[in-house]
Design a protein around this ligand. Sequence first.
Ligand code: ATP
Ligand code: MG
Length: 415
Amino acid sequence: MIDLPQDVLLVTGMLRRAGFEARAVGGCVRDSLLGLVPHDWDVCTDARPESVKEVFRDLKTYSTGSRHGTVGVRADGRIIEVTTYRTDGPYSDNRRPDSVTFVASLEEDLARRDFTINAMAYCPEEGLTDPFGGREDLEAGIIRCVGEPERRFEEDALRILRALRFSSRYGFRVEERTARAATAGRRRLGAVSVERVFEELKGIITGPGAGDILEVFPEIISCALPGVTPDEIRCAAAAVGASPGDICSRLAMLLRAAGAERAKGVLERLRCDKKTARDTIELVEGLRATLKPEPVIIRKLISKLGKERFDRLISLREAAARGDEDELSVLEGIKKAADSLYALEGRITMKTLAVGGDDVLSLGAASGPFVGRILRSLLDGVLGGSIPNEKAALMRAAERFMLEHGRSGVLRDGN
Ligand code: ATP
Ligand code: MG
């Protein structure tokens, strides 16, 4: 029913030959049943970590997680995590169990797992072990806690965001009681480390179901994104869902109403990495700026952002403008103007400009960086369509520039 890869079969086979139970478990079983390729494979076993290390003594093993029952086994170049059946002890910090207890049965191990779709195990010998109806929920597209949702979210608040992340990723519905308990328990998210909250949040807002999640659970998202109100999240929901799928676009759309300053604070509190924060803020500013289909303005924006980021901003503005015919036609105009700029840019560069440094110097400009400034402004004029690329016209434009700025560029407006 599920095709286990060779390296997984090698690991489960060796454990079984040593007299232990061994099955693939969790996310890899879920994704295989969905017809997706799992990104990693976890194996569960009744063997204690010392026995696991003993069974794999001829392979490389990693025991950093062995206190929690996990031994990494390098098989065929990939690391397979082998975890002893366990239950979680109490969660005094709402994050991770203070201790784990090894248990004898697979069922007990599956019972500690968060959602029914994540609580299945599989081996070719015995088939699927599915005590909580995970397969049925998978087929119906439902995220449902194993056990009482209120208690499960109380034990570990991160599960609230995990529920939303899986829902967003697969387009699944969160079952009613699980959903109610998630919303009711949302304030406990304050006790979870911001790094883990932000990781889950990224998964939620970049998933295909992001729009629906933001629409249905704005109060929870607001707890993960302190400083942004549930109303702002609800208002942004559809536009976020329609945005390009990269994290910066999605964050920017979510933070558009907050504005660049507040957005900066939010990203700092989430300990967002610098590059993502910078790109996101740039997009927030670009989303709020007034754009016109004027070549000079577009040219400036393209030279500031580069083509790729300019194109992403325009897609993002289109997502924000859905239904607003006026803004959409402005954006159409901008895209057309940008296209002809790109086409021109291919042909006209500083080198093919009809005047050069010597021409500008012959007008009496002081030599040095000012010459470059004059040429740059002439090129802008040509690319922006305000000056033809002809010597006479360019010389006149250079003279005008020098009248405004002086022979060495030191004059300012009003001088
Ligand atoms: P992904 O594809 O995102 O890796 P996954 O299901 O493999 O999804 P992991 O975080 O890798 O998720 O966890 C592996 C398994 O461990 C899960 O399928 C689930 O059974 C269990 N698990 C993980 N985190 C929790 C948690 N906070 N509470 C309960 N069970 C959990
Ligand atoms: Mg995983």
